[in-house]
Design a protein around this ligand. Structure first.
Ligand SMILES: *Cc1c(COP(=O)(O)O)cnc(C)c1O
Length: 288
């Protein structure tokens, strides 16, 4: 939904493909939409932070490109880059947008954009003026080209300290094969979902393959409120989040399991989260 709000600000006319909370739009629904309209762009949220649902961006992109090779595929990877497998070139993605503060484990403040040559060419070919001053690739591309050839150039001051932090994080991430990182996130996420099931609870994501690997949303048991559970865990040094889905926000909670907490076993972060969740629910009167 964040997509739609921000795109509408810039004048986009949007066709929504909705799915019930916890599920994803069906292949048939996507095919039907693609057959009715020639889209300039299809946007996909890789991991829906509000529900922990993982989109199959590889399959959706293949479907879009088969129906309409010119259509750009743009992925919101804010909650997925660093914790979900993304093969930018192989999957023929055009743009992935992310932030520094989630799977990359850097303080907030950077908006990181990866664009394909086709996406950049599409931008260069556009006829309508860009309705933004700072978010304008034609302002930034010459700066980046200059940096790459080690020449100073100025458009606006970058957040230098965050770029150093990003560099440090990326070095750490790339110090082992990415395959290892993705497998570890998948294993920790599957184990966390098993813990949830063992408690007799249900995840919001309705199937294993549609479950994110960096976070999980869980329906609360009858009689336990978010306003009790969040402070109970906070008292044990564990920060979880309430729900944010309109109309259902008070019915579930969300737990992040990504980045250093997953990759560095010595920290015991995930074990602590699981133990604290079990004991907090017991203290709040939930008997499984
Ligand atoms: C966190 C998140 C956002 C919002 O990111 P901000 O940096 O807070 O603007 C957008 N999309 C997804 C999928 C997210 O997880």
């Amino acid at each position: 939904m964040i997509w739609s709000f921000s795109l509408e600000v810039y004048g986009a006319k949007i066709t929504f493909l909705r799915a019930e909370p916890g599920s994803r739009p069906s292949t048939e629904a996507i095919a039907d939409a693609l057959s009715k309209t020639k889209f300039k762009m299809v946007t996909i949220t890789h991991v829906d932070t509000s529900t922990g649902v993982l989109s199959d961006i590889k399959a959706v992109t293949a479907q879009v490109k088969a129906a309409s090779p010119e259509t750009l595929v743009v992925v919101d990877g804010v909650c997925s880059v660093g914790s979900e497998e993304i093969r930018f070139d192989d999957w023929k993605l055009d743009v992935v947008i992310t932030g520094s503060q989630k799977g990359l484990g850097v303080p907030p403040g950077l908006s990181i954009v990866i664009a394909s040559p086709y996406a950049i060419q599409t931008f260069k070919d556009r006829k309508t003026p860009v309705p933004s001053y700072y978010s304008n690739w034609s302002k930034w591309l010459p700066i980046m080209t200059a940096y790459e050839s080690r020449k100073p150039a100025y458009f606006a001051t970058p957040a230098v300290q965050l770029i150093y932090a990003l560099h440090t994080s990326l070095k750490l991430i790339l110090s082992q094969p990415l395959e290892t990182r993705f497998k570890k996130h998948a294993a920790v996420a599957a184990d966390f979902r098993q813990t949830v099931r063992n408690l007799g609870l249900k995840t919001v994501a309705q199937s294993e393959e549609a479950s994110a690997n960096g976070m999980t949303a869980v329906w609360l048991p009858e009689g336990v409120e978010v306003s009790q559970l969040v402070p109970a865990l906070a008292g044990k040094g564990v920060q979880i989040a309430g729900g944010i889905l309109q109309g259902l926000a008070t019915k579930y909670f969300r737990v992040g399991h990504m980045g250093i907490s997953v990759m560095d076993d010595d920290r015991q972060h995930i074990q602590k989260v699981k133990d604290s969740l079990v004991s907090s629910l017991n203290e709040l009167g939930y008997k499984n």
